[in-house]
Write a protein that binds this ligand. Structure first.
Ligand code: PMP
Length: 421
């Protein structure tokens, strides 16, 4: 009988041609045992590095005990323990937690909660933001048209307001914040009245949209307007959370209090797990049973998350992210000083972007693409982001050390040299 081989769908777009066989710490190895310095961390997921022994051990132990304790049917101890433990790191007062599997699902969960709790429908998202690919989370996303192209109407009730960008407009931070808050006030006056607006949703650092930190004054301005109008402030910490920015949460840099926080990616070192957290009063306004899912709060993922939080604490990974992030940024700025095609190096902690621009300030996607490819050829795995794909981002595991940072900067310098020559 003729055998028929299936193939992966061409819808899958892969950033590098690597066939990964195993991972260890900051390194990935392909099937020929070629070593790559992984400054993608699986899009910011492998916070404790690939296969951290404590995460592996916790997951293995749980696999042999209980894999699937379906949480709308029975409860299991790993989820209860994780929830208790999250209480130590969540912003004060946000002590009611609900779990799903992915960032997109958690974003959807936050929208459901915000709509049910306020009785209002509209959500204001910010230009360039990325919140996921489902029809709800995708409707809140404006980081690139590929999330929406050809998909027809997505979730209704979404309005967009500008994100304060300095580099793109050549503005100071104060000018960018003033502009963005003025536009938001105008939106509330002309498009979605406060009485119809359930929530603002924002990333503390625009991720897929180009690695642009939100100025603290902007987040403070959102908090003030949210309080004034009874609008909820949802902070999407899917990429920025769990130490990535050098503080436990990205919004800690601004010192504001969210009403709902969303976490995923780095939370479980690679196991699918996400969560939203809010205060008791708000969570109690959700319709019981209106949220859930077959795989939500999986026992193995919960055990891995618990081990992840322990490793983050015991190995001081938040401080390490701040320290190594500063070292990385300094090294990258030296490279940018040598190659003017890199117009901006920015970010918080271990979330750093290199924006490529032409002499007259236009996005230089071609050179960014060449540099990204040249880096992979030299054993440094990176990702691109931004609507034009002209920002090369570096997002290594939080366990990265100085020597690995220096090695990455040196490989990057060679890659950029190759891309411009
Ligand atoms: N929010 C943010 C800020 C993200 O960066 C992402 C993923 N890149 C998501 C939501 C969606 O997460 P997922 O891909 O797990 O659905």
């Amino acid at each position: 009988m003729e055998s028929i081989m299936a193939e992966l769908s061409p819808v899958l777009k892969q950033a590098t041609p690597v066939l990964a066989a195993r991972g260890e710490g900051v390194y990935l190895f392909d099937e020929d045992d070629r070593r790559y310095l992984d400054f993608t961390a699986g899009i910011g997921v492998t916070s404790t590095g690939h296969c951290h022994p404590r995460v592996v051990e916790a997951a293995q132990r749980q696999v042999g005990t209980l894999i699937h304790g379906q949480y709308t049917t029975v409860m299991h101890r790993p989820l209860l323990r994780l929830t208790e433990r999250l209480g130590e790191v969540l912003p004060s007062g946000l002590d009611r937690v609900f779990y799903v599997n992915s960032g997109s699902e958690a974003v959807e969960a936050s929208v459901r909660l915000a709509r049910q709790a306020t009785g209002r429908q509209n959500i204001v998202a910010f230009e360039g933001g990325f919140h996921g690919r489902t029809m709800g989370a995708g409707a809140l996303t404006s980081s690139g048209v590929k999330i929406r192209a050809g998909l027809g109407p997505m979730m209704p009730g979404v309005a967009f307001s500008p994100f304060p960008e300095t580099y793109r407009h050549g503005w100071s931070q104060a000018e960018a914040v003033r502009f963005a808050l003025r536009e938001l006030d105008q939106l509330l006056l002309t498009v979605t009245s406060p009485a119809d607006t359930a929530a603002f949703i924002i990333e503390p650092v625009l991720g897929e949209g180009g690695y642009i930190p939100a100025p603290p004054e902007f987040l403070e301005g959102l908090r003030e307007r949210a309080d004034r109008h009874g609008i909820l402030l949802i902070v999407d910490e899917v990429q920025t959370g769990v130490g990535r920015t050098g503080r436990f949460w990205g919004h800690d840099h601004a010192g504001i209090r969210p009403d709902i926080i969303i976490t995923a990616k780095g939370l479980a070192s690679g196991f699918p797990l996400s969560a939203i957290a809010a205060g008791q009063e708000l969570m109690s306004k959700a319709w019981p049973g209106s949220q859930g899912g077959t795989y939500g709060g999986n026992a193995v993922a919960a055990a891995a998350a618990l081990a992840t939080l322990d490793v983050v604490r015991d190995e001081n990974l938040v401080d390490n992210a701040a320290e190594q992030g500063a070292r990385l940024k300094e090294g990258l700025r030296k490279v940018a000083a040598e190659y003017p095609v890199i117009g901006d190096v920015r970010g918080l902690g271990l979330m750093v972007g290199n924006e490529f621009t032409t002499d007259d300030g236009r996005p230089d996607t071609a050179t960014a693409t060449r540099a990204h490819k040249a880096a992979a050829e030299r054993g440094l795995l990176l990702l691109t982001c931004g609507p034009h794909g002209n920002v090369v981002r570096m997002i290594p595991p939080l366990v990265v050390n100085s020597q690995q940072v220096d090695e990455a900067v040196s490989l990057w310098s060679e890659a950029v040299k190759n891309a411009v020559s």
